[in-house]
Design a protein around this ligand. Structure first.
Ligand code: MN
Ligand code: MN
Length: 315
C-alpha cells in the first residue's frame, strides 16, 4: 500500500505559503483511494441575520495551515492510517438557495458512490439538509450528533421551509435521522415561543441545554452519547455558534453563555469509536472574525473530528 497523503510540514515549506487546502493536504479531483474527502461549501444565502459564511471554507483552510498532524493529547495519528485530500469547493449557485441545495445533494450523491467519508466546511447550516438527504439514501436514517446554540427545528422562516433554522425539522419529517438517536448539545438563547425546544423533544430528540453544561466536563456526555448510539451510522453536525461568542465571535447568530473550547474538545474526543459516516463544521463567518480565532478554532475542531473518524490510528 502506498503511503497515505500527508499535510505539508511546516519544516519543509513555510506555513504561510503553499496551497490553501485544509492542513495543506493535496488537492484531489478524483476520490479514488481516499478514505476522507474534505470539501468546502461556501454559501451564506440560507442565513437569517449576519452573512459572511461564504468565506468560511477559505478562512478555515487558511487557519488550518498551522495544525500539525499528531494529536499530542489523545495520541491520534489520523494521517498515518487514513488517506485524506481536500477536494475543493462545491460550485453552488449564489443567486439561488434552492438550486444550491439541489447542487449539494447531487454532489454528495456522487461523492458517496466512493467509500470516502465526506467532511464539509460550511457555509451556513442550511447545507446540512441536502447532505443528510444524500447520506440517508446511502446509509438509511442516521444517528445525529448536533452541537449548536440553536435547535434549528423551525417550521419555516419567511415562508421558506429550507433555511439554516429549519434543517432538523425537515430531516425528521423526511426520515433522514433517527429521532431517538438525535442529540442536540449546547442549546440556549431566546426563543420565538416559550416551547421552541419541547416539540422536538416529543419527537424523541435528546437535548442538553448549555446552562446545564456550564462549569462541567463533557467527557461523560461524549461517552454517554457514544454508548447510546452503538455502531449505528452517525452524522456529526457542528455549528460553531455552539461555542460562547468569547471563543467564537465570528458567526452569524451568536448567543451568549455557550460552550467553552475545552468542552468542545472533550465532547468530540468522546465520540471516538462511533461509526461516523460524515460530518460538517458550519456557520463560521470571517467578516465577523477579525482576529481569525473563530476560523482557527473551527479548523482545530475539524482536526479533532478527523482524529475520531473510523480507522484513525492512535500511537
Ligand atoms: Mn445551526
Ligand atoms: Mn446555531
Amino acid at each position: 500500500m502506498t503511503e497515505p497523503n500527508q499535510p505539508i510540514s511546516g519544516n519543509d515549506l513555510a506555513r504561510f505559503s503553499g496551497p490553501n487546502t485544509f492542513m495543506r493536504l493535496p488537492q484531489a479531483t478524483a476520490l479514488d483511494g481516499l478514505d476522507v474527502a474534505i470539501l468546502g461549501i461556501p454559501m451564506d444565502i440560507g442565513t437569517s441575520w449576519r452573512s459572511g459564511t461564504r468565506f468560511g471554507p477559505k478562512q478555515i483552510r487558511a487557519e488550518s495551515a498551522m495544525i500539525r498532524p499528531y494529536n499530542l493529547q489523545t495520541g491520534a495519528a489520523p494521517f498515518d492510517s487514513l488517506n485524506m485530500a481536500d477536494i475543493g469547493d462545491l460550485a453552488i449557485n449564489t443567486f439561488s438557495l434552492s438550486d444550491s441545495l439541489r447542487i449539494i445533494q447531487e454532489s454528495y450523491g456522487r461523492i458517496l458512490t466512493n467509500p470516502a467519508i465526506p467532511v464539509a466546511m460550511g457555509g451556513d447550516h442550511s447545507i446540512t439538509l441536502p447532505i443528510l438527504r444524500a447520506i440517508a439514501k446511502k446509509h438509511g436514517p442516521v444517528a445525529l450528533v448536533h452541537v449548536d446554540a440553536h435547535a434549528d427545528v423551525n417550521e419555516e422562516m419567511f415562508g421558506e421551509r429550507e433555511t439554516h433554522g429549519t434543517v432538523f425539522r425537515r430531516a425528521w419529517e423526511e426520515g433522514l435521522i433517527e429521532p431517538t438517536k438525535t442529540y442536540q448539545v449546547g442549546l440556549r438563547g431566546t426563543g420565538y415561543s416559550a416551547t421552541d425546544f419541547t416539540e422536538a423533544q416529543g419527537w424523541g430528540f435528546q437535548m442538553w441545554l448549555a446552562p446545564d453544561l456550564w462549569h462541567r466536563s463533557l467527557v461523560e456526555l461524549g461517552a454517554e452519547i457514544r454508548r447510546d448510539i452503538g455502531n449505528r451510522p452517525t452524522y456529526v453536525s457542528y455549528d460553531i455558534d455552539s461555542l460562547d461568542p468569547a471563543f467564537a465571535p465570528g458567526t452569524g447568530t451568536p448567543e451568549i453563555g455557550g460552550l467553552t473550547t475545552p468542552q468542545a474538545m472533550e465532547l468530540i474526543r468522546g465520540l471516538r469509536g462511533l461509526n461516523i459516516v460524515g460530518c460538517d463544521m458550519v456557520e463560521v463567518s470571517p467578516p465577523y472574525d477579525p482576529s481569525g480565532n473563530t476560523a482557527l478554532t473551527a479548523a482545530n475542531l475539524l482536526f479533532e473530528l478527523l482524529c475520531v473518524l473510523p480507522g484513525a490510528t492512535y500511537r
